[in-house]
Design a protein around this ligand. Structure first.
Ligand SMILES: [Mn+2]
Length: 429
C-alpha cells in the first residue's frame, strides 16, 4: 500500500535523475582517487535502516506548552500511516518502535498486517511506567520498578511483561525499558537499595523474555527526577545489564548524558564489552533536548558512526546494534523532521564508511595525531548526498523526499480527516 501517489514520485525522480547520475559519477571518480569503491558504499547504505518512534509522528511539547500541529495522528493506525509515508519517500525507515500503552489497539494482527502492506516491521517495543494510566491501582509518582512499595513494583513488572507479549504479537525482538525513577532531594532515596530493587524487578522481566529477545536498558541523567535517577548513566546501565545476563544490554540515547560527555567513547566501551543494545538518535545543546539528529552536532553523530563502522569492519563478535530515532518535534512537521533525521543518520553512516581504516590504524600506531584527525575530517567533509540520492532512486523512493512530501499535499489531506488533538502521545522519552 502506497500512501503517496507513486506517479508523483516517478515524475519527481524523472526530473532530477540526470543530475543525480552526473553527481554520482563525479563523486565516484573522486572517491576512486582515494581508493574507495562508491558502489560498495552505496550497497551498504542501501541496507541501512533506522526505526521511527511511533510517538515521534505526533507533535511534541515542552514542560510549558504543546502546540498541536495539523492532521496529527489520532491512534496507532494513523501513526503507522505517517510512518509509511516516511518510509515510502526515504526507504530508510523500515521499522517502527511502538510505545505501550499509547499505541494500544485491540487487534495486533491487523496492525501487523497493515504495517506489512506498507513494507514496515516493528523494532523494539517501549514500556511506560513513568506516567499513570486511568484506572491503574498503584501510582508511579514515587517510582515504578524501584518503588518502595512491592505492589507498585509488581504492577510495573506486569506492565513490562504485557509489553513483551504485545511485542511477540507484532514481531518485535526487544523490549526497551526506561524508567523515570529517582529523587528530587538529597537523602530522599537510598541509592543502593533503589538499585537493588531495580535489579530485583528487572530480573522478573528478564525471565519473561523469549529466547531470541533482548532487553534494552536506557539510562538518563535527569528528568523527571532532578536530583538523582536510578539508572543515571552508562555505568549504572552497564552494571544492571551485566547483573541481568547476556540478553540485557545498554541503550544509548544521545540526549541522556551530561553536557560534553564523550558519547563515542561510551559507545566504544559498550561495544568492547558486548553490551551495546543500540541507539535513540537525536541531538541536543543543553540537555535532553530531543532535537533532530545531527541538527546541532553532525560531527558528533559522525564520530559515533565511526566507532560503529570500525566495529563492523573489525568484526567484533556479537555486534548488532538497533538503530532508532527518538525526537520531539515542537516547531516542525514531524514527518519532515523524521525524514531528514533518518537521512542524516544514513549520511553519518555513509561518511563513516569513507574513513581509510588502514591509514587510520597506521597513523594511530605511529602516534601521528594530526594525520588521524585529518583522516576523519576527510571522510566527514565529503558530501555523500549523491550516494544517498542514488540509493533512494534505485528503490523508487524520492530523490528529494522533503520537496516531494511538500508537493504531495499529504498533511493538508490528513488534516481534513483528523481533527486537532490537545493531548496526544507526543511524549519525550
Ligand atoms: Mn530515548
Amino acid at each position: 500500500m502506497n500512501t503517496i501517489d507513486t506517479g508523483l514520485i516517478a515524475a519527481h525522480n524523472d526530473k532530477l535523475q540526470r543530475e543525480v547520475q552526473y553527481d554520482y559519477e563525479h563523486l565516484g571518480d573522486q572517491l576512486a582517487r582515494r581508493g574507495i569503491d562508491i558502489e560498495a558504499v552505496r550497497a551498504k547504505v542501501a541496507t541501512f535502516g533506522v526505526a521511527v518512534p511511533s510517538w515521534g509522528v505526533g507533535t511534541g511539547g515542552t514542560r510549558f506548552a504543546r502546540f498541536p500541529g495539523q492532521g496529527e495522528p489520532r491512534h496507532v493506525f494513523d501513526k503507522l500511516q505517517d510512518c509509511g509515508v516516511i518510509h515510502q519517500l526515504t526507504r530508510a525507515t523500515p521499522t517502527v518502535s511502538l510505545h505501550i500503552p499509547w499505541d494500544k489497539t485491540n487487534d495486533w494482527g491487523e496492525l501487523r498486517q497493515v504495517a506489512a502492506s506498507m513494507g514496515l516491521g516493528f523494532d523494539a517495543i517501549n514500556s511506560n511506567t513513568f506516567s499513570d494510566q486511568p484506572g491503574q491501582a498503584g501510582s508511579y509518582k514515587f517510582g515504578s520498578l524501584t518503588h518502595t512499595d512491592a505492589a507498585v513494583r509488581a504492577q510495573a513488572v506486569a506492565h513490562n511483561i504485557e509489553c513483551i507479549e504485545i511485542g511477540q504479537a507484532i514481531g518485535s525482538k526487544a523490549l526497551t525499558v526506561w524508567i523515570g525513577d529517582g529523587s528530587n532531594f538529597p537523602g530522599q532515596q537510598h541509592f543502593r537499595r533503589a538499585f537493588e530493587r531495580y535489579l530485583e524487578s528487572s530480573r522478573e522481566i528478564y525471565a519473561a523474555l523469549p529466547g531470541d529477545w533482548r532487553m534494552f536498558l536506557e539510562h538518563k541523567i535527569c528528568e523527571p527526577a532532578f536530583y538523582s535517577t536510578v539508572i543515571q548513566d552508562w555505568g549504572s546501565s552497564y552494571m544492571a545489564a551485566v547483573a541481568l545476563g547476556p540478553k540485557a544490554q545498554s541503550l544509548v540515547d544521545l540526549g541522556h548524558h551530561a553536557p560534553n560527555v564523550n558519547i563515542e567513547l561510551i559507545v566504544a566501551r559498550l561495544i568492547a564489552s558486548g553490551k551495546l543494545a543500540g541507539f535513540h538518535f537525536n541531538d541536543s545543546k543543553y540537555g535532553d533536548d530531543d532535537l533532530d539528529a545531527g541538527s546541532v552536532s553532525p560531527y558528533r553523530l559522525f564520530l559515533v558512526f565511526n566507532e560503529l563502522v570500525a566495529a563492523a569492519h573489525e568484526q567484533v563478535p556479537g555486534f548488532e546494534p538497533a538503530y532508532m530515532l527518538d525526537q520531539s518535534h515542537n516547531v516542525t512537521d514531524p514527518i519532515e523532521s523524521l525524514m531528514t533525521s533518518a537521512i542524516q543518520v544514513q549520511r553519518s553512516y555513509a561518511q563513516a564508511l569513507l574513513v581509510d581504516r588502514v591509514a587510520l590504524d597506521a597513523a594511530q600506531d605511529g602516534n601521528d595525531a594530526l594525520a588521524c584527525s585529518q583522516l576523519l575530517k576527510a571522510a566527514f567533509q565529503t558530501d555523500v548526498t549523491p550516494i544517498l540520492q542514488r540509493a533512494r532512486l534505485d528503490v523508487g523512493a524520492a530523490i528529494d523526499p522533503l520537496s516531494l512530501y511538500r508537493a504531495s499535499g499529504y498533511r493538508t489531506r490528513v488534516a481534513a480527516e483528523r481533527p486537532a488533538v490537545r493531548g496526544g502521545g507526543g511524549g519525550i522519552v
